[in-house]
Design a protein around this ligand. Structure first.
Ligand code: MF3
Ligand code: CO
Ligand code: CO
Length: 287
């Protein structure tokens, strides 16, 4: 690409005035043996504005769930809240119909790791821990976040799992700097989980997000410091650690093809943010 061409990012600006210097920097990193992101992983300003708006709505939908979730509620009711609040705020729930997923949100209770399907038959009871994972589309852009909720009084062990899982995520976020490495995320998440006697799910992870629900790169929650892809300004991705009380192994429900359980039926917790890397640091877009 020449400096007088339109930039590859789709901004409409001349390459020389847009991502030219950025590419020089990335090529330098590549020459030094670093894994650099593809152009597809770099969002332009207009896309970032759209993703920010989707993330705002995404967070508000989760706020609505937080206001209403209570003992005795079915996970189907959570699904209804997510559906109607998403629409009311000008969005659509991305999960609905995604690869055949039948509902608007994932609700994962106790030993369900993720991708739990809301149901009238699943009633939240005192002592449950539940993850509500919501992805929202606004004007074609995606935001993705999940939170844990403690239903009434939960056991000290369950509370610790929920708390430590959030700490894992917040710790990883606090370590993010422009041009740090993807492996840093997994390093800090797993270090903190293991220090507390918990295990990290390997099979599922975070992901690039923004123009689709799941984009590259895969964001593992186990990793090595200073290894893996360089995280550069313009990248939008999630971190969403799934932390188990017992063994890290998981299995999938044969009947519905979606629900992921812990292999040993121990409790599992998850928190998820959508993040944007900028020249000055990582910004949480949705939580
Ligand atoms: N929101 C989930 C994620 O964090 C994905 C939902 S899968 C679906 O990646 F099938 F429910 F859409
Ligand atoms: Co999600
Ligand atoms: Co996600």
């Amino acid at each position: 690409m020449k400096i007088n061409d339109k930039c590859w990012c789709g901004s409409g600006k001349l390459y020389g005035d847009c991502h030219f210097m950025f590419d020089i920097k990335l090529n330098e990193l590549k020459k030094n043996g670093e894994i650099i992101p593809t152009h597809k992983m770099i969002k332009n300003e207009q896309q970032i504005e759209g993703i920010k708006r989707a993330c705002e709505v995404n967070s508000k939908v989760l706020d609505k769930v937080a206001e209403n979730i209570r003992v005795g509620m079915s996970t189907e009711e959570i699904d209804k809240i997510v559906y109607y609040e998403s629409i009311r705020l000008g969005g659509t729930p991305a999960c609905l119909g995604f690869e055949g997923f039948p509902k608007s949100v994932c609700t994962s209770v106790n030993n369900v790791v993720c991708h739990g399907i809301p149901s009238e038959k699943v009633i939240l009871k005192e002592g449950d821990i539940v993850n509500v994972d919501c992805t929202t589309i606004v004007n074609g852009y995606y935001g993705d976040a999940s939170r844990m909720f403690e239903i009434g009084n939960v056991s000290p062990e369950a509370h610790k799992l929920v708390t430590v899982t959030k700490e894992c995520l917040d710790l990883a976020v606090s370590k993010l700097k422009p041009y740090c490495h993807l492996g840093d995320i997994g390093y800090y998440v797993s270090k903190h989980a293991k220090a507390n006697g918990f295990s990290v799910v390997k099979e599922l992870g975070g992901h690039g997000v923004g123009l689709e629900m799941h984009e590259d790169p895969f964001v593992s929650h186990i990793g090595k410091l200073n290894k893996g892809m360089v995280l550069v300004p313009g990248m939008v991705f999630t971190i969403e650690p799934m932390i188990n009380q017992g063994e890290p192994d998981v299995c999938i429900d044969d009947n519905d093809g979606w629900t992921i359980y812990t292999w040993d039926d121990s409790l599992s917790a998850q928190w998820e943010y959508t993040l944007l890397m900028t020249e000055t640091g990582a910004v949480i877009l949705s939580k």
